[in-house]
Each structure stands twice: as C-alpha cells, then as structure tokens.
Ligand binder design. Sequence first.
Ligand SMILES: O=C(O)[C@H](O)[C@@H](O)[C@H](O)[C@H](O)COP(=O)(O)O
Length: 259
Amino acid sequence: MSNPQVVVHRDGDLLAAAAAARLVTRIVDAQAARGSASVVLTGGRTGTAVLEHLNRNAARDAVDWSRVDLFWGDERFLPSGHAERNETQARAALLDHVSVDPSRVHVMEPSDGKFGDDPEAAAAEYASLLASLARPEDHGDVPSFDVCMLGVGEEGHVASVFPDSPAVHEKERSVVAVRNCPKPPPTRVSLTLASVRSAQEVWLMTTGEAKAAAVAMALDGAGEVQLPAAGARGRRRTLWLLDSAAASAVPALFKPPLA
Ligand SMILES: O=C(O)[C@H](O)[C@@H](O)[C@H](O)[C@H](O)COP(=O)(O)O
C-alpha cells in the first residue's frame, strides 16, 4: 500500500477544478496504456463538484467516454432517479453530457430495482459484478480500478464506511449493505475498505474547516476502525486533495518543503 501524499489548493472550487483536470489526465493515460479506464465515483458535494468541473473542462473530450468503466464507492439505497442518489447527481453533473457506454456505467441497484427493498441483495449483486470484472492481474475479486475517488466525512468516514461500524469490520465481502447510517439517508450500499484498496490510486478529496480534524488524524496514524479514511490507500498512490481549510491541521511531515 502506498503512503499518503497531500496536495492543497486555495479553496474548494479550485480543488474541484484541479481534481477534474487530474482525472482527465489519469483516464487519458490509462486509455493510452491499455485501451480503457476504470473510475470509482463518490457522492457528496466535493465528488459531485469534481464531475461538474470535469464536464466544463476544455479537455473533457480528450477522454473516449465509451471506454471508461464507471463504478460507485457507495450509493444511497433510494428509488431510481431519486435526487439524493449519487447516480442521479453524477448523471446530472457529467454522465448525461458525455458519450458513456451504458453497459459500462455500473450502477448499484436502487430500492425499487430488481431486488426491491433488499440492500443486502443489491450489495451481493454488486460484489458479483466486481468479481466478474476482476482480471488475473488484479489478484482478487475486485478490479484494480485506475482511480477510486472518495469524499471524507467529519468523523472520518469514506464511502459509507463509518467508524467502528459493521462495514469497517467486514473482512469477507467486497460490498456491503449499510443500515442506520449516521449520515442520511440511513440505508446504503458501499464498497468495503479492502475493495477501495484494490485501486491503483485512491484520491481522498475534501474541503472546509470541519474536515480538518479528521484529515489530520488520518494522516497522523489513526487506525482505520476509528478513522476509516486512514485505511483508504491505493496500491500505487494515495492522494489527499484538500483545500487550505481542510489542510489547516495537516502534520508538518506532509507540508511541501519551502523551496
Ligand atoms: O454518499 C455519500 O454521502 C458519500 O459517498 C460520502 O462518503 C461523502 O463523500 C462524504 O460524506 C463527504 O461528503 P461531502 O463531500 O459532501 O462533505
């Protein structure tokens, strides 16, 4: 697992724009190397802002959107099209504006989908999908995503993996149902941290003073059970993309040298 790197931007809007530009380049490089790219999207304000900026980025169509596999790190277990679903917000922000291949947009089932109001079944199906897409070189039952983007909660959650929750203790399954989630809505479907760690690169993206303590603790050696973001590491790269406010308590070790 890679050690965290920290990149700080002046404010949240610049962070989202810079992360969007970074994502274009990462996808273009993956497609040049192997003909396709796989990206895990995140819900939340920052994750959605990144997609909005990407849609406005002049280099947006340097990406062949028909050869991108899109996944979600988590999804709110709500009816299809519900405004609070991460899928709904990602489609409005970007996916409805680019030529994605619908068969490569891997949605977590909604609560009015083929499993009805059964988030465990929806989670199991997504785990099966991931296993079906994993290649031998991925060394497991989850694809080695090129990028897994994550937002970070004030108490250090990522995706829908919350401190000291069943999800953070999950050792077998790659995708789990989350009930009584502290962040509404209460029922969700989420990758586990082990699935996040299958990614080549993990990008933790957050803004604002309210996140500064969680960011600092995650970078300062907190354990993943109490601070799930601390366990979000990529195989090759772990990037914390922060605005100045969220970075205000980052340990000195992670601050850039004064050249
Ligand atoms: O479905 C969700 O709610 C997200 O996946 C969640 O993990 C989010 O990314 C964080 O709570 C940060 O959200 P903000 O970026 O809005 O602070």
